[in-house]
Design a protein around this ligand. Structure first.
Ligand code: ZN
Length: 598
């Protein structure tokens, strides 16, 4: 058997944001060993070209220099050599995101996709990583958080870690620093909660209590009988910053960024919107442990990390996960029904705001994620639909449709468990197969016992809105559209503050601003001769009536332009959802949906 690929990673000077990395291949390919870095990271569907951050790469064998030739933007080939070959290189790491790598004197974070060159031909064998402590007093108290298995390291210690193949290596992000750490067990599996960043009076006990409920419920959801988790341990790693939000799923961990204010404070038991958002994010990434890390699209099994991997199924992997994330908060009692319905109403309102939903289906949005959803420009609201938000409404509509057709015998839960049993449970143990692009409808019908062809054609392959106003009342939820009679006049644009200017960030199709010729990027100067403040024109507009015409001055680049805008009412619906108290039959339906336990 081949000897493992050996990596080492440290930093000679964390303040320079540079990791010093080496990779050693004991028996390099005789024609010249090839190495490459992925172009994207699974879970984030955009070509990111991590190779651009590789600096000062050199080859060495037996103390002698080995020439290394660059073949393309992320591929290198060493000259043929006898004996072990080592590449030494640096990785510049100054991107504060869960998708890449970051390093300074306060902490380090990296994904393997940013730092570990794959040794071609050896990807299926063992990969061993020595994580070395940077030198100096400052770093004496640093620890290591990762779900990678320890080979010669104590838990949370520097030392040697091991992965059984390259895919496993890059699916285990690593956090270094003086983080806060707490642990809990969920159905016998240890879970670590790691929080990096200055957070005063963090209520870790409350956080662990809430997360434990969510994790146990999800484990029991997929394996109601055995309550067996798919991983041996799990790590939630969070970087708390002033203002931030994001997460990336992995098979036994997740990397998250949140706003410091969202984390719970000791002695303050009230539940803030921010804390609910954070728990929803944790629940989302945890659900991915099953849905997308083990139940995958066939084209991700295995991933081709050199280029785009097209799938029309992200509505299933991201949309359904977005449906279940908040659903688990209410099913476990971590949030109440009213707060759950508020979250759903916000999603509905947001989806109905964009006219892009009439032009792109969630299947198309999934396929085009690489160039559209992940590269949104000022026209996104007019051109695309989100497979996350509309995808979550598609899941909700499907769940209610299945429950209705089967009189409550089946639900979307049965579809998820069917997918799990067929594709997920043994994914890493051998089956290694994913969901085909065209088989999902038949599978959903098989496990739900429902006729879903029409729904699938209209709302997944087609662009029709999910008919929640028709579906929800049978589940004890009133669907109300608020269009206030005194609707204020509206420009038909989203305005953001840019320095001292009010800038049009999005100009909605068919709205007054677009009809008058205003464009995204225009900076508003004055409205009927009065200066538009950086916060936007709402205060000024409040004195006008619908159908009034106003004169707007705006800069497009450095040219002053004048527009005549006929104000209209904002007709996009504000949806609110309310739980009703009777009749008893519908309340019972609602409870079967929102309170069901596996
Ligand atoms: Zn997700």
């Amino acid at each position: 058997m081949a000897t493992p690929i050996r990596y080492s990673i440290t930093s000679l000077d964390p303040a320079s944001h540079v990791y010093d990395v080496s990779v050693t291949v004991d028996s390099p390919a005789p024609e010249g060993q090839v190495f490459s870095l992925p172009a994207w990271i699974p879970g984030s569907y955009m070509i990111r070209e991590f190779g651009k951050n590789i600096v000062a790469l050199r080859g060495e064998s037996g103390g002698r220099k080995v020439q290394v030739r660059k073949l393309d933007k992320h591929t290198w080939q060493a000259a043929p050599c006898k004996g072990a070959l080592t590449l030494h290189y640096q990785v510049y790491a100054w991107d504060l995101s869960v998708r890449t790598a970051h390093l300074d004197g306060t902490h380090g974070f990296f994904n393997g996709t940013s730092v570990f060159l794959a040794a071609h031909g050896f990807e299926q064998g063992q990969q061993v990583v020595e994580i070395r402590r940077p030198e100096g007093e400052t770093f004496k108290r640093w620890r290591v958080a990762t779900a990678l298995a320890e080979l010669k390291a104590k838990r949370y210690g520097f030392g040697t870690y091991v992965a059984q193949n390259y895919d496993e290596l890059i699916d285990h992000p690593v956090e270094l620093g003086e983080f806060a750490l707490a642990s809990f067990q969920a159905h016998g599996v240890p879970h670590d909660v790691v929080i990096t960043g200055r957070v005063l009076n963090l209520d870790m006990t409350r956080l662990c209590d809430d997360l434990k409920k969510i994790c146990e419920a999800q484990i029991a959801f997929f394996e109601p009988r055995s309550k067996r988790a798919p991983m041996e341990r799990y790590v939630f790693m969070t970087l708390a910053v002033g203002d931030g939000y994001g997460g990336l799923e992995h098979r036994a961990s997740t990397a998250l960024i949140c706003s410091r204010a969202d984390l719970p404070v000791k002695g303050r038991p009230e539940q803030t919107d921010g804390y609910r958002t954070y728990l929803g994010l944790c629940s989302h990434e945890y659900f991915h442990t099953w849905n997308v890390k083990r139940i995958k699209p066939a084209v991700f099994a295995p991933y081709d990390l050199r280029q785009e991997n097209y799938t029309s199924l992200l509505w299933l992997f991201e949309g359904f996960t977005s449906y279940y994330d908040d659903l688990f908060l209410v099913r476990t009692g971590v949030i109440d029904t009213d707060n759950y319905l508020k979250l759903v109403a916000k999603t509905v309102t947001g989806v109905l705001r964009g006219s892009g939903r009439k032009k792109q289906s969630v299947a198309e949005s999934s396929f085009d994620a690489w160039v559209k959803y992940y590269r949104q420009d000022e026209n996104a609201a007019n051109a695309i639909v989100s497979y996350y938000t509309k995808g979550s409404l598609v899941a909700l509509g499907l769940d209610l449709t299945i429950r209705q057709q089967t009189r409550g015998r089946r639900s979307l839960d049965d579809v998820m468990r069917g997918l799990w049993a067929r594709y997920g449970r043994d994914f890493y143990e051998g089956v290694g197969r994913g969901v085909g692009e065209d088989e999902i409808l038949a599978l959903m019908e098989q496990w739900s016992d429902a006729d879903l062809k029409g729904y699938y054609d209209r709302h997944i392959r087609g662009t029709e809105d999910v008919p929640l106003e028709a579906l929800l009342p049978a589940y004890g939820v009133a669907y109300e559209v608020d269009l206030p009679k005194d609707a204020r006049p509206w420009l038909g644009a989203r305005v953001t503050k840019e320095g001292a200017d009010a800038k049009l960030a999005t100009v909605y199709e068919g709205g007054p601003a677009m009809q008058a010729g205003l464009s995204a990027g225009d900076k508003l100067v004055a409205l009927d001769g009065l200066r538009v403040p950086a916060a936007g024109p709402d205060g000024l507009l409040a004195r006008y009536r619908i159908n009034d015409t106003v004169r707007i001055h705006a800069f497009r680049r450095d040219e002053l332009m004048e527009f005549s805008v006929k104000l209209k009412a904002d007709t996009a619906p504000q949806v609110s959802l309310k739980a009703v108290g009777k009749p008893v039959a519908v309340v019972r339906q609602r409870e079967a949906w929102l309170k069901s336990r596996a």
